[in-house]
Write a protein that binds this ligand. Structure first.
Ligand code: SF4
Ligand code: SF4
Length: 634
């Protein structure tokens, strides 16, 4: 109420000396700002152009910008309290853009908003509301950073952040205090100059600190590649991935300078949480240090001094970092890019990796088994062979064709298809989709596998695919696009959810905790379909980390093939969390998760929950012998 009866006080006349001083201070502040900001812009613009980048379609970019930047939706959704505090500060900055312009214009005698005019008066009140919210927000963020001190913000206290918080608080406090003094009073003048000085000190600090994100992150969000974990193509014979500064693209450099060091990526990273060397925040800051010290024209390796060579190879490509990042940094193209660089230049020496690549080059699958084993499995299960007349091609994948538990999942899913009377068939010859090769940075091998499989699809006239493996689904649908047009594909959870009305509902007391696989959840945004299927089989319970915050099983990014982990095992951490829910069953929807949890659940001790894929959960209610698929008898 007091505020609504008060008017913002603005000193009416500034002497020539005051105006001159103001001009000198603005020029000094602007110069200091540009000296650093110009340098950063130069490094970004001198970086390599991004292959395949297009501004269009613009609609998606505008939508992301409005949602993530203007509404601050991602920040608020993922961390509600600090998110709201941050949003208050951001919205106040937007509201203050006009106030600040007018503030300096008034100092030079050309103010355009008057506290006595109808527009100015209401605009100043409007800004005052934001000033109050901003002051409260910055105080809250200060308390969090300096008293609560979440470990993800780093061990070292950032005094620079404290000083900037103080400046922002002074800005808001001086603005609000000006409502309670008279225009002509000395107090109004003191407040005016205090406000001015706070702005002029703040301005050059922006590009010199992590507050550079204030300027860059809206651009980063707008220019992002737009789809989750989009791995850009390599261009020409000389492109080996991210090897040295000359390989850094404009998007990568822009993202490196946009990092606000909030640590959200690290907080959710399974590698960082289990004692590995990999820390996604440090990967980004390592690139920033590289750019600062070496620049984008340098031949100095990116891995070595600035980031540990083994760190990118500890990544499960779970995508939690990229999903969480509030400023649009795309970690996965960077991590895979660094792997590409190391693999293509021969810098990565790993016996398991070398064996995997050799196995994939020589054979058809990542498990290194003879294709005759797959034929025997198909024969034993009497799976129909796809001949172009059936509706679906049932893609087995390496796990479904060779892994004993994966085979059980396929067999049960086939029973469901038979029960539903859906026509399907499996390919006589199927190669690995190339998922592990792609994520480990071996593009040549990935290309060979993708092209061979695409040719098989065309030859067999495949129109629709269904698969039990989210890694296969992702790789076929998104990654193969670089080499052709893959057929439509869906995951069996989506398929089963569509037919849920035709599937038997089970009346038992089974408490089932569903584990969201990274490649189905964060990569494909499929969360509710598998839950709908689980709900047919028992009571669905949630793990503490679920949906988009789900914690990885540790298999992705080819790590399942790379032998022992250092530190704690990711699968054991997740299995303990799932078992602690008290569920009788862990429901999975990915054969890799299933394989990782086999031993991990057993290690949780007596009374460990049983482990079942959603296809197995569904199939257990079917009659023992389903009718042979009527359309295509075996
Ligand atoms: S993708 Fe997952 S494992 Fe890799 S750095 Fe990001 S959070 Fe960590
Ligand atoms: S990369 Fe993104 S999430 Fe990670 S610290 Fe930087 S801004 Fe935060």
């Amino acid at each position: 109420m007091i505020l609504l009866t008060a008017t913002l006080a603005e000193p009416q006349h500034f002497s020539l000396a005051e105006k001159s001083l103001l001009i000198v201070l603005v020029a000094a502040s602007g110069t200091l700002f540009w000296r650093r900001f110009g340098l950063v812009l130069d490094k970004i613009l001198k970086s390599k152009k991004d292959a395949g980048f297009s501004l269009f379609p613009l609609g998606r970019r505008v939508r992301d910008f409005v949602w993530e930047v203007l509404f601050q939706a991602k920040v608020v959704r993922q961390r509600p309290l600090p998110g709201v505090a941050h949003a208050f500060v951001f919205w106040a900055f937007c509201a203050f853009a006009l106030v600040t312009l007018n503030h300096f214009a008034s100092g030079l005698g050309v103010g355009f908003l008057s506290p006595d005019g109808p527009i100015g008066r209401y605009y100043f009140y409007f800004a005052a509301v934001f000033a109050l919210a901003c002051a409260a927000g910055i105080l809250g963020l200060f308390v969090r950073r300096f008293l609560v001190r979440p470990k993800w913000l780093g061990q070292k206290l950032s005094y620079e952040s404290g000083f900037i918080a103080l400046l922002i608080f002074v800005l808001m406090a001086t603005y609000l205090a000006a409502f309670f003094v008279a225009d002509a009073s000395p107090a109004a003048r003191v407040l005016w100059w205090a406000h001015t000085l706070a702005i002029l000190i703040f301005l050059p600090l922006i590009p010199h600190t992590k507050h550079l994100h204030l300027l860059l992150s809206p651009v980063t969000v707008f220019l992002s590649r737009g789809s989750f974990s989009r791995i850009p193509p390599l261009v020409g014979d000389e492109d080996f991935g991210l090897v040295a500064g000359t390989d850094l693209t404009r998007l990568v450099s822009l993202q490196a300078y946009s990092c606000v060091e909030c640590g959200r990526c690290t907080e959710h990273c399974p590698a960082a949480n289990t004692g590995k060397l990999l820390n996604p925040k440090e990967i980004i800051l390592g690139l920033r240090s590289y750019l600062n010290e070496c620049g984008p024209s340098s031949d100095e390796p990116l891995l070595g001094k600035y980031n540990a060579p083994e760190a990118p190879f500890q990544c499960t490509t779970c995508g939690a970092c990229e999903f969480q990042c509030p400023v649009g940094i795309e970690h996965l193209p960077i991590l895979v890019g660094l792997r590409r660089g190391a693999v293509n230049t021969g810098a990565w020496e790993n016996d398991y990796g070398a064996k995997l690549f050799l196995t994939l080059e020589r054979g058809s699958n990542a498990l290194g088994m003879s294709s005759a084993e797959r034929d025997r499995f198909i024969e034993k299960q009497a799976l129909p062979i796809f001949d172009g007349t059936q509706e679906y091609c049932l893609w087995l994948g390496c796990m479904g064709a060779y892994d004993p538990k994966g085979r059980e999942i396929v067999a049960d899913f086939a029973r469901i298809l038979n029960y539903l009377g859906i026509s399907y068939g499996v390919l006589r010859k199927e190669k690995c989709t190339g998922d592990a090769a792609r994520r480990l940075g071996n593009d040549l091998l990935f290309q060979q596998l993708a092209e061979a499989n695409l040719a098989t699809m065309t030859e067999n006239k495949v129109k629709k695919i269904v698969s039990i493996c989210p890694h296969c689904v992702r790789t076929i649908q998104e990654d193969w696009k670089e080499y052709g047009t893959p057929p439509a594909i869906e995951h069996h959870s989506e398929f089963l959810a569509r037919f849920r009305d035709k599937l038997p509902k089970q009346s038992n007391q089974d408490k089932i905790v569903y584990h969201d696989p990274c490649y189905l959840g964060r990569y494909r945004n499929v969360y509710e379909e598998p839950r709908a299927v689980v709900a047919l089989a028992g009571e669905l319970v949630e793990a503490p980390r679920n949906h988009e915050r789900s914690f990885c099983c540790g298999a992705g990014g080819g790590l399942v093939f790379l032998g022992e982990e250092t530190g704690e095992r990711v699968s054991h951490v997740r299995a303990a969390e799932l078992a602690a829910t008290g569920a009788t069953t862990v429901g999975t929807a990915c054969p890799f998760c299933n394989s990782m949890f086999r031993d991990a659940l057993a290690a949780t001790g007596e009374g460990a929950p049983q482990l079942m894929d959603i296809a197995q959960l569904t199939a257990r209610a079917l009659p023992e012998q389903n009718a042979i698929n009527p359309a295509h008898p075996h």
